[in-house]
Every structure is written in structure tokens, then in C-alpha cells.
Design a protein around this ligand. Structure first.
Ligand SMILES: C[S@@+](CC[C@H](N)C(=O)[O-])C[C@H]1O[C@@H](n2cnc3c(N)ncnc32)[C@H](O)[C@@H]1O
Length: 247
């Protein structure tokens, strides 16, 4: 299927400087000031991360891996929209499940506090906004599970999972969902771990913490210490992703 909808549904023009920024950049160059203005990057995912999502989900559907599709940390719905669009075209019979507190991040544990990236309530986006986005695009609503992962997972997870996006940003959120999700993934199923940021491979100095979410990698690596699968890194510019395929 085409993936042009990723460009037409969302605004990804964030790396092209506006005319004003271009003018300012010219002035900087003349004055030999080593600075360059660009629009700010988006704060949930980069276009590369959406492409990664597209190709990973498409892969399990084309390969007819059994199970439902899960978005763990759907926020205002952009990742769920990408998933819905792909399912509508390739596998409309598959059930799509979206989980979020719709109140942003929970109270931080000591483990997450030490990273000094996040705070309680950060990224709060209400369920109404999620619904409005689906309505505006004329898309069928997924099964929405509102609440803290600690209450909704595993209770509301489908029995079999073919694809899951794990996007909770925190160590504790990732640590909590991983074993439950892993246990329900069918052989060949894929989990994409958003913001699995490997500083050793992609040392992007000067990036704000939110792009890094170090707790995600910590929790994921801990979990996979005694598992046969390997988590692979996928480049995604300001963000990067991990994924593994269930054996
Ligand atoms: C980065 S956002 C998700 C972005 C979305 N997947 C996208 O790509 O557009 C992370 C989300 O995880 C949710 N979240 C994190 N920990 C949670 C928890 N323990 N329970 C419920 N929601 C949680 C937050 O509310 C937030 O909306």
C-alpha cells in the first residue's frame, strides 16, 4: 500500500526554515555568527518514526501474523491514526486497541526522577481530542482503554497480539507493560519500542531530554537480558526506535 498518507495527514514540514528564518540565517552568516534557525521538531514522533511504524506494521499484516494490534501510549491519537489507516487498507478485520491515561504521565518513581526529563501530567491530551481527530478523518474508533497501564494492562490486552507500539516514555511504564505484551505476542509478531534511544550509536549532543527518554532503553534492555530476541535500533532522526520480533 502507499504511505503518502503519512505526509498528507500530518504536518511534517518542521525541518524547512520559514522565509523569516532564512533571512535571519543569512544575517547570521554575514555576521559570522554560528547559528541557524529552523522550526522546532514535533514533540511526539518524527516522520522517520512514522515510516518505521508503517513498515513494521505492514510487515506483520502481509505475513499474516495472527493477533490484534495495540497502541500502548496513544496520546492524542496520531500513532493510532497511522495504524488505523494501514489496517483499513490491509486488514480491516483486525481489532485495534489504544491505551492511555489521557492525563499524561503518572507520578514518577525514583528511577524515572533521576533522568530529570519528565514530570507527572506531562503530555496530557484528553480523550475528547483523540475522538475529534478520528472523527475529522472519518476513521473508525479503536477500542479505547482509558487509565493507568498498571490498571488496564494486562486486564484489557487482547489475548493474541500481532503488533504493538510501546510508547510510554518512562522506565516504569515500559517495565510494567513489557512482560504482559511479550507473553501475548504470537510467533513472528513485532513490538516497536518508541524512543529507544541509544546514546552510544546516536550521540546527538544538545538534544532536549524528551527526545531521549532514557528509561525506555533501560527497562527494555533489562527485560531482554534473559530472552532469545534481540532489540534492533531503527534510526528516526530526533527520536529513534527499537523493535523486536517474537520467536
Ligand atoms: C509519547 S506519548 C505517546 C505518543 C503517541 N504514541 C504518538 O506517537 O503520537 C506517551 C503517552 O504515554 C502515556 N503514558 C505513559 N505512561 C503511562 C501509564 N503508566 N499509564 C497510562 N498512560 C501512560 C502518556 O499519557 C502519553 O500520552
Amino acid at each position: 500500500m502507499d504511505n503518502a498518507f503519512i505526509a498528507t495527514t500530518f504536518d511534517w514540514d518542521h525541518r524547512t526554515p520559514t522565509d523569516r528564518q532564512r533571512t535571519a540565517n543569512k544575517v547570521f552568516r554575514k555576521l559570522r555568527i554560528r547559528a541557524q534557525l529552523t522550526p522546532p521538531p514535533p514533540n511526539m514522533a518524527s516522520v522517520e518514526a512514522r515510516m518505521n511504524l508503517f513498515f513494521l506494521l505492514e510487515q506483520v499484516l502481509v505475513n499474516k501474523i495472527p493477533g490484534d494490534i495495540v497502541d500502548l501510549g496513544c496520546n492524542s491519537g496520531d500513532s493510532t491514526i497511522v495504524m488505523r489507516k494501514i489496517l483499513d487498507e490491509l486488514a480491516p478485520e483486525r481489532q485495534l486497541h489504544a491505551f492511555d491515561s489521557f492525563e499524561g504521565l503518572p507520578e514518577l518513581s525514583e528511577n524515572d526522577k533521576q533522568d530529570r526529563v519528565y514530570q507527572k501530567g506531562y503530555m496530557a491530551a484528553g480523550l475528547e481530542l483523540f475522538k475529534r481527530k478520528f472523527e475529522a478523518l472519518g476513521l473508525k474508533m479503536p477500542h479505547v482503554h482509558k487509565g493507568w497501564f498498571e490498571e488496564t494492562v494486562p486486564k484489557d490486552l487482547p489475548e493474541k497480539i500481532a503488533f504493538v507500539l510501546i510508547d510510554g516514555d518512562l522506565y516504569e511504564s515500559t517495565k510494567h507493560v513489557l512482560p504482559h505484551v511479550y507473553g501475548r505476542m504470537t510467533p513472528g509478531a513485532i513490538a516497536m519500542v518508541a524512543v529507544y534511544y541509544d546514546e552510544k550509536i546516536l550521540p546527538r549532543k544538545g538534544l532536549l531530554g524528551g527526545f531521549r527518554s532514557p528509561g525506555v532503553k533501560r527497562a527494555t534492555d533489562e527485560f531482554f537480558k534473559d530472552k532469545p530476541e534481540k532489540v534492533s535500533l531503527l534510526y528516526a532522526n530526533e527520536y529513534s526506535n527499537g523493535y523486536f520480533r517474537k520467536q
